[in-house]
Design a protein around this ligand. Sequence first.
Ligand SMILES: Cc1cc2nc3c(=O)[nH]c(=O)nc-3n(C[C@H](O)[C@H](O)[C@H](O)COP(=O)(O)OP(=O)(O)OC[C@H]3O[C@@H](n4cnc5c(N)ncnc54)[C@H](O)[C@@H]3O)c2cc1C
Length: 309
Amino acid sequence: MLRGTLLYLSNNRQIRYTAENFNLAQRASSRFVAGTTMDDAVRAVRDLNKQGMLASLDHLGESVETEQHARRAAQDYLDLLDRVQQTGIQSNVSLKLTHFGINIADDLAYELVASVAERARKYGNFVRIDMENHPYTDRTLAIYRRLREAGYSNVGVVIQSYLYRSQNDIRSLMPLGLNVRLCKGAYLEPVDVAFPKKSDVDANFVALAKLLLSPEARAQGVYPAFATHDSRMIEIVQLYAAAQKLPKDSYEFQMLYGVRRDLQRELVKAGHKVRVYVPYGREWYPYFMRRLAERPANVVFILKNLLKD
Ligand SMILES: Cc1cc2nc3c(=O)[nH]c(=O)nc-3n(C[C@H](O)[C@H](O)[C@H](O)COP(=O)(O)OP(=O)(O)OC[C@H]3O[C@@H](n4cnc5c(N)ncnc54)[C@H](O)[C@@H]3O)c2cc1C
């Protein structure tokens, strides 16, 4: 119920505009967002790198409505990749197609992501295309496929275990040598496309994780990243990978900035590859609301901290 309300509010433009320009709200967002500037983001990644973790930088923004805004977003990512290269921090980038103009035209989004993939390739770096809500699934996978077929092997995509279709999607993408982040899924979805029960989402996460680590997937060059803070999911992946004697660098774990830092450190200590998703920028509202929706107790936690100051 509260999850649904928070996700509904995450799409409200008026609240978004007010919150993003309101200091107190901005302070609340700092629990999950590294800061508003590229300098803040670089600082956060340096700190993670010191702790033995990798990062994926996300310059926040989504649902842009003009070509000019989309082109601006792509330019920001080009600058970001230059900055990663200059500073030597260990980070790739994650981006959203609605930030890159897919609502204006799929070809525009393709062209802009290809330009970012090109710059990343020049630096030996990597671009992850985040997955948004289900109206974008087919179009996102089509753009991913197009990029791979155009030779951009440094691009990856995301699959969500809450969607019924995900097993078929993985199977159809595996022959590309799929580079995939598996997550549960963060959006409000109707029951005709997504499992309404969390236990089914979890069971599907396990089934898909096993598929991604299977000999069949490995033979096709699949590289999986398991993006979850759920210690049960993580343990299952660890046990399954160990039973198959998979080297620890043949997959990775991913978590969000500011979430389960204890678990992030524990995994590094156990010799696992851990990548932290580091969002930064001024357009933090929808991202922040999705984080509250994942764990409504965060609302109380954040309010308490604001009242303390
Ligand atoms: C690196 C990364 C990238 C992602 N990319 C995408 C994407 O492209 N598309 C997409 O739809 N979703 C994405 N997600 C979000 C994901 O789909 C889930 O919504 C989110 O990770 C919560 O699910 P969970 O697997 O952590 O498990 P849950 O079962 O939701 O949570 C397990 C435990 O983790 C902790 N936890 C989970 N979320 C929070 C939180 N917000 N604050 C504090 N504690 C928390 C709690 O202890 C909770 O009990 C991404 C997640 C990660 C980690």
